[in-house]
Design a protein around this ligand. Structure first.
Ligand SMILES: *[C@@H]1O[C@H](CO)[C@@H](O)[C@H](O)[C@H]1NC(C)=O
Ligand SMILES: *[C@@H]1O[C@H](CO)[C@@H](O)[C@H](O)[C@H]1NC(C)=O
Ligand SMILES: *[C@@H]1O[C@H](CO)[C@@H](O)[C@H](O)[C@H]1NC(C)=O
Ligand SMILES: *[C@@H]1O[C@H](CO)[C@@H](O)[C@H](O)[C@H]1NC(C)=O
Ligand SMILES: *[C@@H]1O[C@H](CO)[C@@H](O)[C@H](O)[C@H]1NC(C)=O
Ligand SMILES: *[C@@H]1O[C@H](CO)[C@@H](O)[C@H](O)[C@H]1NC(C)=O
Ligand SMILES: *[C@@H]1O[C@H](CO)[C@@H](O)[C@H](O)[C@H]1NC(C)=O
Ligand SMILES: *[C@@H]1O[C@H](CO)[C@@H](O)[C@H](O)[C@H]1NC(C)=O
Ligand SMILES: *[C@@H]1O[C@H](CO)[C@@H](O)[C@H](O)[C@H]1NC(C)=O
Ligand SMILES: *[C@@H]1O[C@H](CO)[C@@H](O)[C@H](O)[C@H]1NC(C)=O
Length: 456
């Protein structure tokens, strides 16, 4: 009788918790759909696009446009950024340096001297490395790749120069362009209106003279993961020395294997002639992810490896399951309370992110140049790993209740799906807990997913 009552209340509690999770997702819909994105780990993160008018011309101006990536840990990887806007009047671009527009548009009105671009809404991309010097300007020609601010502020910007005609020729008559769009390289960014500010001051390289722009405006773009992609791209698995259980990524964390009806939703690594299947051209939209239960292109594994008297040790492994993607300049953001006392880190770089005064539990990790900063496509080389040594703080350290596991992990700025906390490996003597069936957690993840899709 007693046990029967226990199981009944238990199942009600289970249903309730599932219901609460769904309710939470529903409630958070309103924040997801808002384009004003807010990232608690990088509250001021944004991309600022600054236009400096350097000289006035008889029919317009010459401007240097600089894209600053002020985001701590979100970079722009190949094939790079694409910037678009709509001209306020009938402006044309006579010429460009360090960048080009993807389409010329209709320049039939012009004779003799033909503009570089006559489109009302030009789209600009960066030039490639190796561009002849006479077409370069400073900070250009990196194929649109921009590093994150924490990783390397000296390469966290990209510039091009354009000569604009049929435009205003004084700061009273010039009109700022409208409707800026930034792809980096996919969707995810929302740009605000251009705001005219104080003209930028430039200091000559010998620091003996300061010049200034004729006029300056800037545009701020912010990122939202929910605009960027509708499904997660990364998941977390866990293990420890004190329990042989390996908690794998939640089933269907990034998608479900669609076997039976549709074959080819993923690639079986045992496929004969795998290389030729993977390299078949002409099917750009074909999924290129290895078949796994989680279907995520990226998995981050956190293994609590050793327990010393004053220290403890963690091994992190990042595995790429995507046959169609190399991740250059990858980065990881990890939140764990012991990052205030990280003693040693092997074979990754590290930077503490302190978005709020006094809070020191979040770190950004990334690879060492030419050693492991390039996470290769799926296969035997498709992983990178590191070990972290933490110093124990007697007042907080414990192996109980999953304390040794990370609170949150981001890969390349996107939140990774964590296993449910009640599935974490237990200490051998942990008190009894309700058994959560794998099926139920899969159902909850699926349901929250459906709700997410409905929100976006
Ligand atoms: C963009 O980021 C920069 C650098 O962190 C900051 O100074 C600026 O205020 C931010 N802009 C907005 C609109 O948040
Ligand atoms: C425009 O230029 C005049 C001087 O030529 C200056 O006083 C004024 O502040 C400038 N306005 C803007 C918006 O830059
Ligand atoms: C802004 O740009 C987007 C995409 O290029 C376009 O769909 C939209 O109509 C534009 N809006 C205005 C007001 O030009
Ligand atoms: C952008 O313009 C605003 C308004 O003038 C200014 O407050 C801000 O500092 C500018 N940001 C950058 C990065 O130049
Ligand atoms: C589909 O996949 C699941 C697990 O991945 C497996 O148990 C099941 O047998 C498969 N069904 C078919 C029709 O292949
Ligand atoms: C990934 O990099 C390797 C080695 O540089 C290259 O051979 C391969 O084609 C790249 N794969 C993709 C999908 O770009
Ligand atoms: C955060 O941790 C880093 C590295 O351990 C340390 O250098 C920094 O002073 C700490 N900051 C705060 C606010 O505790
Ligand atoms: C790191 O751990 C030592 C020993 O427990 C402690 O004295 C020190 O205050 C800790 N440092 C931080 C930043 O918490
Ligand atoms: C290891 O953790 C799992 C939960 O993930 C638990 O079911 C199991 O009983 C634990 N093993 C031991 C020996 O405590
Ligand atoms: C684990 O629990 C058993 C029984 O509750 C107890 O006898 C044993 O000493 C405990 N072991 C440890 C390492 O705490």
């Amino acid at each position: 009788m007693e046990s029967l009552r226990g199981s009944v209340t238990g199942s009600i509690a289970n249903k309730l918790s599932g219901f609460t999770i769904m309710l939470l997702f529903l409630l958070s819909c309103s924040t997801f759909t808002s384009t004003e994105a807010y990232d608690a780990l990088d509250p001021n993160g944004n991309i600022t696009i600054k236009w400096d008018i350097m000289t006035w011309n008889p029919d317009g101006y010459v401007a240097v446009v600089t894209i600053f990536n002020f985001q701590q840990y979100r970079h722009i990887q190949a094939p790079g950024w694409t910037l678009g806007w709509t001209w306020a009047k009938k402006e044309v671009i006579w010429s460009m340096m360090g960048g080009l527009t993807t389409e010329q548009g209709d320049c039939s009105k012009y004779k003799g001297n033909i503009p570089h671009c006559c489109k009302k809404d030009p789209t600009v991309v960066d030039l490639l490395p190796g561009t002849p010097y006479n077409q370069q300007i400073a900070n250009c020609c990196k194929g649109g790749v921009i590093s994150s601010w924490a990783q390397d502020p000296t390469t966290a910007l990209s510039s091009f120069q354009l000569s604009v005609g049929a435009a205003g020729t004084t700061n009273k008559t010039v009109r700022v362009p409208k409707n800026f769009t930034l792809k980096a390289p996919g969707p995810g960014y929302t740009c605000g209106p251009a705001k005219v500010g104080k003209p930028t001051k430039f200091i000559t390289s010998d620091k003996r003279r300061v010049t200034q722009a004729m006029m300056t405006w800037n545009v701020t773009c912010t990122y939202s993961q929910f605009l960027a992609q509708k499904t997660p791209t990364c998941c977390v698995s866990l293990s420890s020395f004190y329990n042989e259980t390996i908690v794998s990524c939640p089933t269907c964390a990034c998608g479900c294997q669609n076997n039976g009806t549709e074959s080819g939703s993923c690639i079986n690594p045992k496929t004969p002639h795998l290389a030729s299947v993977v390299n078949t051209p002409g099917k750009p939209n074909r999924p290129m992810v290895q078949c796994t239960s989680h279907m995520c292109p990226i998995r981050v594994h956190w293994h609590v490896k050793l327990n010393y008297k004053e220290y403890w040790r963690v091994k992190i492994t990042i595995t790429n399951f995507n046959y169609a993607m190399n991740y250059s300049l990858w980065n990881l953001v990890v939140q764990h309370p012991n990052f205030d006392n990280l003693t040693q880190l092997f074979s990754f770089y590290y930077k503490s992110l302190t978005p709020y005064e006094g809070l020191n539990d979040t770190a950004m990790l990334w690879g060492i140049k030419f050693y492991n900063d390039f996470l290769s496509e799926a296969g035997s080389n498709g992983n990178v790993q590191s070990e972290l040594l933490f110093r124990k703080d007697a007042s907080t350290f414990t192996f109980e209740k999953g304390w040794a596991f990370p609170r949150r992990i981001y890969f390349n700025g996107d939140n990774c799906v964590m296993p449910p906390p009640d599935a974490y490996p237990w200490l051998p003597n942990a008190s009894s807990r309700p058994v959560i069936s794998l099926l139920r957690s899969a159902i909850i993840i699926l349901a929250s997913w459906v709700l997410l899709l409905a929100c976006v």
